[in-house]
Design a protein around this ligand. Sequence first.
Ligand code: ZN
Length: 181
Amino acid sequence: MGEAGETGDDRFRDPGSRLWRFAQEILVRCPRCAGRAVVVVHPDHREDQRYAVALLTAPHRLSCPGCGHTDEWSPRPMRPGDRDVYFFGGGSVAVPRLTGPDDPFFGLPLWLRRPCCGGRVLWAYNAAHLELLERYVTARLRERHPWTGSGSMLERLPAWMKAAGNRDEVLAAMRVLRARA
Ligand SMILES: [Zn+2]
């Protein structure tokens, strides 16, 4: 499969990427210095990244190259009312929900987020995520991935991001974010 499946200047084919793939490296605002920090799976649990639920419930680490701040995150035990739960041999834990504009693990503001289109917030987990969003919104002709159903990250985008009338404003916000990615 080619990189992001591009077929021409105005045509774009959905590569079928799932959002959790982009959650493997999440840029956040450091709670100590407000600089750019990164959230990744804890180095001791790298082998847990192959499946979505394993990635999302693996211990994570926050680190800030600017000020040296670090923090650790572990999944909490299941509670009544949890919508997504992962059962395994040792018990059951809540699965973080993959959303924005805060990171799913520490709840910190994403580094790549910006108000857009009247009350909406444009956000991306990292530069690769932002780049794919930008290429998608830029394209005039969008082709679905043949076998992802409705599960791809792009197919799950909110309608306001796909609306032709918002295209220029969304792209302008993306350019601002790209400059700081
Ligand atoms: Zn910092």
